[in-house]
Ligand binder design. Structure first.
Ligand code: C2E
Ligand code: MG
Ligand code: MG
Ligand code: MG
Length: 277
């Protein structure tokens, strides 16, 4: 049997793969080192009410500088950090940054919420909800002003535990949004069971508007949200045509390059001070 497995391994082995694994390991090592040395950044992207165009919140987004003003995309390094078990510590740090940012916003009279992305491994840590509560208490931030964004992959993972965790967070005042909604191909039945505040329509369903029937999924998500009593927010809004259609559909909120790109904390403060709807 061992010999068989050995043969299988040899079939499967390739120099390409070895190169790829070495590249991944190198990247993970660098990420761990840069995180420990405080080199990661958290940027913020405004979220607006589609009706009034007032800024109602912002999303915290990780940035990993790679020198010369360039950044490695979180779409690449967040999955690596998840596999390497680094995302738990990094995620905790992001939450703390978000708390500090929210307090800074309050201090200048801008009491808007800060949304934080949460990965599956973070959710799996024992007493995750209690950990979040402790962090918010330690920073003396209003729980209603911190929102968590989880994907369908979090939701589909041990639904019983997830319901309890979200319930505990909701009772404390923290709101939860389903991120990238519609891309996870998960059963819709979970939606009624979970204490949620928002559905975030994935950019994939926004980007082709107004071509073809591309507004169909956005339409569906907005009416689903309305029936379930959830707010809907569209991500990746880049054009007026997209905004117009979303408004017509009754979508509540928007986030996208058309309004503002993600930016460092000090730029966010400047942006908000000068912003007029
Ligand atoms: P996400 O949570 O769905 O975040 C929205 C992404 O869409 C961000 O990409 C944002 O920059 C981008 N975006 C917003 N508006 C537009 C637009 O109008 N056009 C285009 N082309 N893109 C737009 P970003 O910052 O590269 O982040 C990618 C993903 O990485 C996030 O997707 C999230 O899944 C993950 N991520 C980022 N920060 C964190 C974090 O702190 N923790 C965890 N667990 N994941 C994170
Ligand atoms: Mg998000
Ligand atoms: Mg998203
Ligand atoms: Mg997305």
């Amino acid at each position: 049997n061992q010999a068989k497995q050995g043969k299988k391994f040899i079939d499967w082995y390739s120099p390409d793969l070895e190169e790829k694994m070495a590249w991944r390991l190198g990247l993970i090592r660098q990420l761990r080192q840069d995180f420990e040395q405080g080199k990661l950044e958290v940027w913020y992207q405004p979220q607006l009410s589609l009706d009034t165009l007032a800024v109602i919140g912002c999303e915290a987004l990780l940035r990993w500088p790679s020198g010369n003003g360039r950044y490695i995309s979180p779409a690449i390094f967040v999955p690596l950090a998840e596999d390497a078990g680094l995302i738990v510590d990094i995620g905790q740090w992001v939450l703390e940054q978000a708390c500090q940012q929210q307090k800074q916003l309050v201090s200048v009279g801008l009491d808007i919420s800060v949304a934080v992305n949460v990965s599956v491994p973070q959710f799996k840590v024992a007493n995750y909800a209690q950990g979040v509560k402790n962090t918010l208490l330690a920073h003396q931030v209003d729980p209603k002003k911190i929102e968590l964004e989880v994907t369908e992959s979090v939701v589909m993972d041990e639904i019983g535990v997830v319901i309890d965790t979200l319930q505990e967070l909701q009772e404390f005042g923290v709101e939860v949004a389903i991120d990238d909604f519609g891309t996870g191909f998960s059963s819709l039945s979970y939606l009624q069971k979970l204490p949620l505040a928002r559905l975030k329509i994935d950019r994939a369903f926004i980007k082709d508007i107004p071509d073809n029937d591309s507004g169909a999924i956005a339409d569906l998500v907005v009416s689903l949200g309305r029936h379930l009593g959830l707010k809907t927010i569209a991500e990746g809004v880049e054009t007026q045509a997209q905004a117009d259609l979303l408004k017509q559909l009754g979508c509540d909120e928007v986030q996208g390059f058309m309004y503002a790109k993600p930016m460092p904390s000090h730029e966010l403060m400047d942006f908000l001070k000068n912003y007029k709807p």
